[in-house]
Design a binder for this molecule. Structure first.
Ligand code: SF4
Length: 98
């Protein structure tokens, strides 16, 4: 996200990730108390809900970025109930850190 603070001059998309990417790029998740594959609930990796919440909240600004097209398609393919659960999870997390 910091690399996108200028609107995308050096970085062509926000540097934001779900737990899956962190898991792929590190060995942190194997020893974590959270479940990297889970998006909602007490055991859910917080990066998952926060990732989708970020993309959903900034959709108007980011939807024209061709590197994010597949991500928004993935989000749009989810049921409205699943989307609402993820966004609610993100709001709970954000309330804990703000
Ligand atoms: S919070 Fe835990 S499960 Fe989620 S990305 Fe970090 S180490 Fe992995």
């Amino acid at each position: 996200m910091s690399q996108f603070g200028d609107g995308g001059l050096p970085g062509s998309k926000p540097y934001v990730s779900s737990g899956s990417y962190i898991n792929r790029m590190s060995d942190y998740c194997s020893a974590c108390a959270y479940s990297v594959q889970v998006r909602v609930g007490d055991k859910a990796c917080p990066f998952n809900a926060l990732y989708w919440d970020f993309l959903a909240r900034h959709r108007d600004r980011l939807k024209g970025n061709h590197r994010l097209t597949m991500l928004y398609r993935t989000w749009d393919s989810q049921s409205s109930e699943d989307q609402a659960a993820v966004l609610t999870q993100a709001q709970k997390l954000l309330r804990q850190i703000v």
